[in-house]
Design a protein around this ligand. Structure first.
Ligand code: ATP
Ligand code: MG
Length: 361
C-alpha cells in the first residue's frame, strides 16, 4: 500500500487553488485508494509561524482549517488528520535533517525569496537590503521541516500543488543522503533503519490556480488582497463579486491561451477543474461554449455560477463543523495526533538508533 503524507498551513480558510490543486486529491486518495493505503494529513502550524502570525488568529485559523478539511470530505476514521505541533517528532527529525541539509541547495529554493519579498537571485546571507527585515532562519529552512514531515511517516506519495515541486525534490535528495549514511537492510539492531522511501510527488491536473487580481502570481492564502482568492466557504454573492472584479484583458471575445490571456484562461481553468467530468477541456469550454461572440461578462457569470454551485455543499458542511464544541473537535484532533505519533515515534527511533543516538531509560 501507499503511505501518503501532505500538509496545509493554518494561514486562512483554504481557497480554490488549495482545493483544486491539492485538497481534492487528498479526498480522492482517501475514497478511491487501496484498502492498505495509509494517509497522514497535517495542519502544519509550525510552518505557518515562519512568517509573522497573530496568536489569536492562528488559533482561530487552525480550527477553520480543520473544519475545512472535514467539510471537503476527509474522514478522521479513514485518514489520520492532525496538527503538526501535536507530534513533537517533526521538529526532532528536522534537527537531524538540518545537520545534513545543504545551505547552497536551500539557497536556490524560490519560496523563501517570494515570502521574504526578495528577488529570485537573492543571496540568503545578504540581509542588508534597505527597508527589508532580516531573513529569518526558519523561513530559510522551511523545506527541511517539510522534508521531516514527509520522511517521518516514510511517505511514498505526496499530493501537493506545483509550487511545492522544488521542496519535494529537495526532500528526496535529503532522504537519499540519509539513506546512504545510515540505512542498513538488516543487522544486529532489533529495529533496523532500512532507509526512507524517496517520495513521489502527485500533482492534480489543476496544479496551479492563479490570483484573480494578478494572474501572473499563484492564488495564495497570505496575499493581503482578499479579492485575489475565492475561499471554499465564500457565499454566492462573494463569489460573484470576486469573479466580476477579476483582472482580465480587453481582447474581444472568449479564448483560451495561458500565455497571452492569463486572466481569462485562469477563469476558464477554474470552471473546467470545478467539474472535469462535465467539460472536455479548457480549450473546448472557450471555443464551444463561448467563443468570439461572447463577452467576458457572460463568461464571468457562468464561471461564478459553476464555482458557487460546486462549493455549496462544502460551505454547508463547514458551517456544521464550526458549530461543534471546541472540546469535541479537540478530542478528535487529539486522536488523530496519537495515531500519527505512533508511526512517527517508531520511525524516528529507528533512525536515531542507526545514528548512535540512544535513548537512556
Ligand atoms: P500561503 O500563502 O500561506 O503559503 P498557500 O495558499 O500557498 O498559503 P499552503 O498551505 O502553503 O497554501 O499550501 C497548501 C497546498 O495547496 C499545497 O499543496 C500547495 O502546493 C497547494 N497550493 C497552494 N496554492 C495553490 C495554487 N494557487 N494552485 C494550486 N495549488 C496550490
Ligand atoms: Mg504556500
Amino acid at each position: 500500500g501507499k503511505i501518503i503524507f501532505s500538509g496545509i498551513q493554518p494561514t486562512g480558510v483554504p481557497h480554490l487553488g488549495n482545493y483544486l490543486g491539492a485538497l481534492r486529491q487528498w479526498v480522492k486518495l482517501q475514497d478511491e485508494g487501496h484498502p492498505k493505503d495509509r494517509r497522514f494529513y497535517s495542519i502544519v502550524d509550525l510552518h505557518a509561524i515562519t512568517v509573522p502570525q497573530d496568536p489569536q488568529l492562528l488559533v482561530q485559523r487552525t480550527r477553520e482549517t480543520y473544519a475545512s478539511l472535514i467539510a471537503i470530505g476527509l474522514d478522521p476514521n479513514k485518514s489520520v488528520i492532525f496538527a503538526q505541533q501535536d507530534v513533537l517528532e517533526h521538529t526532532q527529525l528536522m534537527w537531524i535533517l538540518s545537520c545534513h541539509a545543504s545551505m547552497g541547495y536551500l539557497g536556490r529554493m524560490t519560496q523563501w525569496k517570494s515570502k521574504a519579498g526578495m528577488a529570485d537571485n537573492a543571496d540568503p546571507l545578504e540581509t542588508s537590503a534597505p527597508n527589508k527585515p532580516a531573513l529569518k532562519l526558519g523561513l530559510f529552512s522551511y523545506p527541511v521541516l517539510q522534508a521531516a514531515d514527509i520522511l517521518l511517516y516514510n511517505a511514498t506519495h505526496v499530493p501537493v500543488g506545483e509550487d511545492q515541486a522544488q521542496h519535494l525534490e529537495f526532500t528526496r535528495e535529503l532522504g537519499n543522503s540519509i539513506n546512504h549514511l545510515y540505512a542498513k537492510p538488516s543487522g544486529p539492531s532489533r529495529v533496523p533503519f532500512k532507509g526512507f522511501f524517496l517520495p513521489q510527488t502527485i500533482h492534480s491536473p489543476a496544479k496551479r490556480i492563479m490570483s484573480l487580481q494578478d494572474p501572473t502570481k499563484k492564488m495564495s492564502k497570505s496575499d493581503p488582497d482578499e479579492r485575489s482568492r475565492i475561499l471554499i466557504t465564500d457565499s454566492r454573492d462573494e463569489i460573484n463579486l470576486k469573479i466580476k472584479h477579476a483582472l482580465t484583458d480587453s481582447v474581444p471575445g472568449v479564448s483560451y491561451d495561458r500565455d497571452s490571456r492569463p486572466g481569462v484562461s485562469n477563469l476558464i481553468d477554474i470552471m473546467y477543474y470545478m467539474d472535469e467530468s462535465k467539460y472536455g477541456s479548457p480549450e473546448e469550454i472557450a471555443a464551444d461554449m463561448f467563443g468570439k461572440d461572447f463577452s467576458l461578462k457572460v463568461l464571468k457569470e457562468q464561471v461564478a455560477t459553476t464555482v458557487a454551485d460546486g462549493l455549496e455543499p462544502i460551505r454547508e458542511r463547514y458551517n456544521e463543523q464550526m458549530a461543534r464544541s471546541l472540546e469535541d473537535v479537540d478530542a478528535e484532533m487529539g486522536r488523530g495526533a496519537s495515531m500519527a505519533k505512533g508511526t512517527a515515534a517508531m520511525n524516528l527511533q529507528r533512525l536515531k538508533a542507526a545514528m548512535g543516538i540512544r535513548q537512556h531509560k
